[in-house]
Ligand binder design. Structure first.
Ligand code: HEC
Length: 107
């Protein structure tokens, strides 16, 4: 009985949480980005909305960020570097989609 109440409460929290902020796309969860990034809060990595603001109006940003996400690197946002997500080049479609999504967050 107790566990039923707990799981109902947890489900309620999840609904409330997702209503407050834009959710990470499924692709971001699949590729592991969601472990370090969120849409609007700094976690291990910068908030994706902040990235969108930083590169607003930068025509080369998309290509630059695809390379950065694929190969990793650091020094732009702080001391913690981002690991290479796709050193073998097998997930380029997904990374391109996510970078376009990130850059679209500045509205
Ligand atoms: C292990 C943690 C971690 C994971 C996983 C991760 N990131 Fe990051 N990300 C970071 C950190 C830390 C930075 C800041 C790097 C810096 O300061 O240059 C960052 C920076 C970025 C930036 C900005 C780069 C710049 O030069 O301004 C983008 C875009 C980004 N991440 C996208 C993604 C995407 C897309 C994924 C999933 C495919 C992902 N990240 C997965 C930690 C992570």
């Amino acid at each position: 009985m107790k566990s039923i109440i707990v799981s109902i409460a947890a489900a309620g929290l999840m609904v409330a949480g997702s209503a407050m902020a834009t959710d990470m796309p499924d692709l971001a969860k699949k590729l592991g980005c969601a472990a370090c990034h969120s849409i609007d809060k700094k976690m291990v990595g910068p908030a994706w909305m902040d990235i969108a603001k930083k590169y607003k109006g930068d025509a080369g940003a998309e290509a630059k960020l695809i390379t950065k996400v694929s190969n990793g690197g650091g020094g732009v946002w702080g001391k913690v570097p981002m690991p290479a997500i796709d050193p073998s080049g097998k997930k380029q479609d997904g990374i391109k989609q996510l970078v376009q999504f990130i850059l679209s967050l500045d509205k």
